[in-house]
Design a protein around this ligand. Structure first.
Ligand SMILES: Cc1cc2nc3c(=O)[nH]c(=O)nc-3n(C[C@H](O)[C@H](O)[C@H](O)COP(=O)(O)OP(=O)(O)OC[C@H]3O[C@@H](n4cnc5c(N)ncnc54)[C@H](O)[C@@H]3O)c2cc1C
Length: 498
């Protein structure tokens, strides 16, 4: 087995990994990024690439394990941001402390940090990569610096929904997007050449995982990215220090090892938990960081669903999706906490015979539950690794919250002219694009895996900086928060290494 040494080994090159790697490398440390995926080809879409991702096992209603779990956003250089929709909300104050709204049997949902602590990192990232938004339009938006980019105009469907929402007395607003409405950060303005969600951006108008660092020079040789390289195990030097990461070439299955002063996991909430579990050894017999059985626990996929239908359209305005946040903090929602509703119409079926397809996505934080977890199976995947099991049950409170949001979303569609509203399952229970928890942050090691800096309890030099950190999944799309938190953690690591 070949061996090498670096200052920092980062596992994963997605939203969080890219930030961590660039921030630490620009401080002059040698960073190796292990990324098991490869560069997506031009024109790639989720439909064309996802069959290549390993599945996870999920329990069927009959209790048997079936291979329909989705433990990835996107496995590729750049991770989920390669194909994401660009929706760039900041978490709201309530997302950092939802104690008043969670079920009595849920894990502690309180983040060990609050919005004020994360705000400078949101501001910095927003300046570096650009977010097009309408300040003040979203009544739950936390305080922020002025927007750097004007919002996009509504899409035809977004405008129909916004107008319908206005007639119902709601306050719709254009969704904040990390997609340039004007040239910004060395990237062009979007000219609406095709659908964003689930597709590569052909022009670079949409931010990707590297965008915040495009113009940041790195010292020569500071950053190495190894593609097709899957981290399979972390070895401890002693009970409180990670010594090295073992990885394998996904084509040849050849193994190699890299020694590192610090290891940062950014493989996504499910994969980081799985890696800690696969690293069981005598100093950590149940997996690293798992002395209290919390690795994998509290995994959250967000609860979500769709309502759709079609209506007639007589004219064609322009672009961004939109929706109201009126049902986010909402006394009428079960537990007083609803979620987001926004337009997510399928681009392929936009307009046909004078009819326009409308679809609304409703999305809310789920209860952080101990029994919703990532485990390892006895069966092996194509690389010979123990397969991942995702165990997820929707809490009764969340079923009621979903029903509530579905009814509010249906009202919007009906007001927009839809005669027959169809409900579509998002199948979030088997894994979703929004992966959180599993390496939850907190003060109490019986309810968490990492501390407020993402450092695994009792291991001095092992961090988790992806969505796994989230003790509560929050009710809006997570990536901007994942990035801001990753930047906060990376800066701490760089200071500690100096
Ligand atoms: C179609 C789609 C649309 C989305 N749209 C939005 C949106 O509009 N707004 C939003 O906020 N969020 C959106 N998301 C979610 C977003 O993609 C994720 O929140 C974000 O990418 C998570 O960042 P991460 O750093 O935790 O992990 P990821 O970005 O998933 O990156 C993890 C990377 O680590 C690699 N990896 C994992 N394990 C290993 C290992 N053991 N060894 C080596 N490499 C490894 C993976 O291959 C992957 O490339 C969307 C997701 C999808 C799929």
């Amino acid at each position: 087995m070949t061996a090498s040494a670096v200052d920092v080994c980062v596992v994963g090159s997605g939203a969080s990994g890219s930030i961590v790697a660039h921030e630490i490398a620009r401080n002059g440390f040698r960073v190796l990024v292990l990324e098991e995926g490869r560069t997506l080809p031009p024109g790639a879409s989720l439909a064309t690439v996802q069959s290549g991702f390993d599945d996870a096992l999920v329990p069927s209603p009959a209790g048997t394990l079936t291979p329909f779990g989705r433990p990835w956003t996107v496995s590729a250089l750049g991770g989920g941001m390669t194909l994401y929709a660009g929706i760039a909300f900041r978490y709201r104050t309530v997302d950092f402390d939802a104690r008043a709204h969670v079920a009595a049997d849920a894990l502690d949902p309180v983040w060990p940090i609050d919005y004020a602590e994360l705000r400078p990192y949101y501001e910095e990232l927003e300046r570096r990569m650009g977010v097009a938004r309408l300040p003040g339009a979203d009544r739950l938006e936390p305080p922020s610096d002025p927007a750097v980019l004007a919002p996009h105009e509504y899409s035809p469907q977004g405008l129909l929904i916004a107008k319908a929402g206005g007639r119902l007395g709601r306050l719709p607003f254009p969704t904040p997007l990390a997609i340039n409405s004007l040239p910004y950060g060395g990237r062009p303005a979007c000219h609406c050449c095709g659908p964003c969600n689930e597709h590569l951006c052909p022009t670079g108008a949409r931010a990707d995982a590297r965008s915040p660092f495009t113009d940041v020079p790195l010292p020569s040789g500071a950053l190495t990215v190894a593609l097709g390289s899957k981290a399979v195990r972390i070895d401890l030097g002693n009970a409180s220090r990670a010594d090295s990461v073992e990885w394998l070439d996904t084509v040849t299955s050849q193994r190699a090892r890299v020694r590192a002063r610090c290891v940062v996991l950014t493989g996504n909430a499910v994969q980081s938990a799985a890696l800690l579990l696969r690293s069981a050894q005598s100093a950590a017999p149940n997996g690293i960081g798992n002395a209290t059985g919390m690795v994998g626990s509290g995994t959250s996929f967000k609860i979500s669903g769709y309502v759709s239908g079609s209506t007639t359209l007589d004219r064609l305005p322009a672009r961004s999706p939109g929706g109201p946040s009126d049902h986010y903090l909402d006394d009428e929602a079960p537990s007083g906490l609803g979620g987001m509703i926004y337009e997510a119409s399928p681009a392929e079926q936009a307009i046909c015979d004078g009819n326009i397809a409308l679809r609304l996505h409703f999305l809310a934080a789920d209860q952080p539950m101990r029994k919703n977890t990532v485990r390892l199976a006895n069966s092996r995947d194509r690389l010979g690794l123990q397969k991942i099991i995702l165990e997820y049950w929707t809490h009764p409170l969340d079923k009621r919250r979903l029903g509530y949001l579905s009814r509010r979303a249906s009202e919007l569609l009906t007001e927009a002219g839809v005669k027959k509203v169809d409900y579509q399952d998002s199948n979030y229970q088997s894994g979703s694009g929004h992966l959180h928890g599993g390496c939850r942050a907190g003060v109490d090691p019986t309810e968490s895996v990492v501390d407020r800096w993402g450092r695994v309890h009792d291991i001095d030099n092992l961090y988790v900086a992806d969505g796994g950190f989230f003790p509560y999944s929050g009710g809006v799309n997570p990536t901007f928060t994942i990035q801001a938190n990753a930047l906060r953690i990376a800066r701490r690591i760089a200071t500690q290494l100096a």
